[in-house]
Design a protein around this ligand. Structure first.
Ligand code: BTN
Length: 325
């Protein structure tokens, strides 16, 4: 059971990161005694939070534990509906599968399923997603967007753009989107997104948006055959990242951007996607069921197709293809 006062305490200290807040102010804000504040701080220290305390100045939050669970994610999370309900599992087959089960039973819009380790993580095209370690963020969200099923592919592109912005903001790194929806740093994959949908002809019942972000793995963590293709935030930046903070930043950014997309449509998402497109205006090789040819990347359509220009200067829409980047 989450202790509400401790939750509020951590929220106040997180909002004022790096600043001291006096015991007196905290006790007034939370309407408890200063001794109670002191006790809560000691309890939080046991959970791995680190504080600096100084006479007359009060308390300052230094670091949060990187122990993913419902409580650590909720502490200091400033969202209204996304993550109101968080299901955390230390070990699970796939967060996607749990999300489907819960969505079928009516789980609310914005429910999050997150795991420390996945034993059968799934990628696109029935590929395996290696996630049997707690170095990454393995998360699925249940969404019930008020859009027709044919627009669902826009959601995948929207998620890619939003993750890029959240991760760039949190890490200062420069990230690109490789169509349809892989996030790349320095030409290597850092994040994969899997969108699954349950819909009737006219309406979406629910979407399960899953993403895996490689965070604190070092290169030996990945099987040798994919080491040239993948990377993690730690590998590119040389430092460890707090997954709880990253998840909070993502959820906050996502909630705001989602509202914007639902209210104002795809135009802004498309602009941002193009601004981050991997190999924009560069030559790639494409093989579809009909033909194979060289082309340059131009952008994306409203349906999420890749727009390319072939060597005769004609624009083509690519919905599905084998691509050599
Ligand atoms: C891809 O690049 O093919 C998509 C990978 C998606 C992986 C995430 S991790 C959380 C969620 N649970 C899964 O089993 N898969 C997605």
């Amino acid at each position: 059971m989450v202790n509400k006062k401790r939750h509020e305490l951590i929220a106040i200290l997180s909002q004022n990161e790096n600043q001291f807040i006096s015991g007196q102010t905290l006790s007034e804000k939370l309407d408890v005694s200063r001794t109670a504040i002191w006790k809560h701080i000691n309890e939080l220290k046991k959970d791995g939070y680190q504080f600096e305390s100084a006479p007359k100045k009060g308390y300052r939050l230094l670091t949060k534990p990187d122990q993913l669970n419902e409580t650590t994610i909720k502490w200091g999370l400033e969202t209204e509906w996304l993550g109101k309900s968080i299901i955390f599992k230390e070990k699970i087959d796939s967060t996607q599968d749990v999300a489907h089960r819960l969505a079928r039973k009516g789980a609310e819009h914005g429910t999050i399923i997150i795991a420390d380790r996945q034993l059968s993580g799934r990628g696109r095209m029935e590929r395996q997603w290696i996630s049997d370690d707690s170095g990454g963020i393995w998360l699925s969200m249940i969404l019930r967007p008020p859009i027709p099923p044919h627009q669902a592919s826009q959601m995948t592109l929207f998620v890619a753009v939003t993750l890029v912005e959240a991760l760039e903001r949190a890490t200062g790194l420069s990230i690109q989107i490789k169509w349809p929806n892989d996030l790349f740093i320095n030409g290597k994959k850092i994040t994969g997104i899997l969108t699954e949908m349950q819909a009737e002809l006219e309406a979406i019942q629910y979407l399960i948006i899953g993403f895996g972000i490689n965070v604190n793995q070092n290169i030996d963590h990945f099987p040798e055959e994919i080491r040239d293709l993948v990377t993690s935030l730690q590998i590119v930046s040389g430092k460890e990242w707090n997954r709880t903070n990253l998840v909070q930043t993502i959820l906050q950014e996502f909630e705001e951007a989602y509202q914007n997309y639902i209210d104002n449509g795809f135009e802004l998402v498309k602009k941002k996607w193009i601004a981050h497109a991997y190999k924009l205006h560069e030559k790639i090789w494409i093989k579809t069921t009909q033909a194979s040819f060289y082309a340059t990347v131009q952008g994306i359509s409203n349906e999420g197709a890749l727009i390319v220009r072939n060597e005769n200067g004609e624009e083509k829409l690519i919905y599905s293809a084998e691509i050599n980047w």
